[in-house]
Design a protein around this ligand. Structure first.
Ligand code: AMP
Length: 391
């Protein structure tokens, strides 16, 4: 099966073409466009390039296109990308303005460019379909809840991959099988010992998710990707009372407050240096206390959520680090794991120090819980889900 994974931004289009079969997967082509003003034009150009390069002889050979959609109103899961998906994306365009409109348009354009291909949307919220009502709901009036304000969670593709891979690495085929088939069969019981994972997706955008027997039980991200951990430029958790106070005191309009909370907050806002952890680390090492504060706040927040999920899960079998910061920053991993021996988390300092972006167990041999670095590959995750859905 040939699966095209389409990564659509408001001014960008990137793609990867995978050949998928039961024995595995292979990237057969990839490409991308920046500063895009005409998405339909670049989609046609990408298909023509694939033909010119001899990858396909006709666009009809592409069996499916996968879209990593973010947040749909009243719709989630891994579903055929039809008009209902477009309507769900349009319904929450105001909550995810950078993500939803490009995907709604992309689905329309691919349905015209590849009328024979199956289009599949994998929502970033899909992994959290089964979290409890207590975890999903905010203590807000019913009228607010009725318009869809609740915890949805994000990075679902990445955390679900961690659910599968960590179970495989721990030889828990029972949990791995549930995680792999989650969007086909839903959650299932495990007869023996539970399998408990805390997954830390730490990158430009970050979240921590608790996973029991291959299924998410809760996550740090809430209604929008503005929540939870400090993000690159986005605020993360903030007391709702601070927003009207800042608006009144600083004389900010709603749009300006929103802009500052999405563009000038998070690691950039705290450090005053950069939204990139490498620059922040360099500044902290040369004595910039705000940069050090950004690193410390990120670590504090990661540990806060790990602690919450260890309690909720009743213990931990695997702690996982993934995405740009989680895979590459040995110091953040070390600080996150410091003094957690009482919870069964024992980091091997030399394994940690030598591990960058490769799948590695960085715990000591006698650690009751495994600590893994597992590289994220969201395009591959998407291709696999599309293949599973259509197989
Ligand atoms: P992501 O959104 O997953 O691409 O992650 C972006 C974040 O990962 C940025 O803060 C980068 O500083 C950090 N990052 C990516 N690569 C590296 C690296 N090789 N060493 C240190 N940090 C990195």
């Amino acid at each position: 099966m040939l699966v095209l994974v389409a990564n659509l931004g408001s001014t960008s289009f990137k793609y990867r073409l995978f050949h998928m079969d039961e024995s595995g997967e292979k990237v057969v082509a990839k490409g991308g466009y920046e500063r895009v003003t005409d998405h339909a034009g670049v989609i046609d150009d990408a298909l023509a390039t694939l033909q010119r390069d001899g990858i396909i002889t006709s666009p009809d050979e592409i069996d499916a296109v996968g879209f990593k959609t973010v947040l749909g109103k009243d719709l989630s899961g891994c579903v055929i990308a039809d008009q209902a998906v477009i309507d769900a994306l349009d319904g929450f365009a105001a909550v995810a303005p950078a993500h939803n409109p490009p995907y709604a348009n992309g689905i329309r354009q691919f349905s015209q460019a590849l009328p024979k291909a199956k289009l599949v949307a994998l929502f970033e919220t899909a992994f959290y379909q089964w979290i409890s009502s207590a975890s999903a709901n905010y203590a807000i009036p019913k009228t607010w809840r009725d318009i869809g304000i609740r915890r949805y969670g994000f990075h679902g593709a990445s955390h679900k991959f961690i659910a599968e891979r960590s179970a495989e690495l721990c030889q828990r085929e029972d949990a791995a099988q549930i995680a792999r088939r989650l969007y086909l069969d839903g959650p299932a019981d495990i007869s023996g010992k539970p399998f408990r994972v805390v997954s830390c997706h730490l990158g430009g955008s970050s979240s921590v998710t608790g996973i029991l027997n291959g299924v998410a039980i809760g996550t740090s991200m809430g209604f929008s990707p503005q929540s939870g951990l400090p993000q690159n430029n986005r605020v993360g958790e903030l007391d709702s009372g601070a927003i009207p106070y800042a608006m009144r005191t600083l004389g900010l309009s709603l749009d300006e407050a929103e802009r500052q909370l999405t563009k000038e907050s998070g690691l950039l806002g705290l450090s005053g240096v950069s939204n990139d952890i490498r620059d922040i680390r360099e500044a902290a090492d040369s004595g910039n206390t705000d940069a050090q504060l950004a690193l410390d706040s990120l670590t504090y927040s990661i540990r806060h959520w790990i602690g919450a999920f260890i309690l909720e899960l009743g213990g931990i079998d695997a702690l996982v680090f993934t995405a740009g910061i989680g895979e590459n920053n040995t110091d953040i991993r070390a600080h996150v794991c410091a003094n957690l021996e009482a919870f069964g988390i024992r980091l091997d300092p030399s394994k940690n120090a030598s591990c960058r972006a490769t799948e590695t167990d960085i715990s000591t041999a006698d650690s009751p819980a495994r600590i893994f670095v597992i590289p994220a590959n969201e395009e591959l995750v998407l291709a696999r889900e599309v293949f599973r859905k259509l197989s």
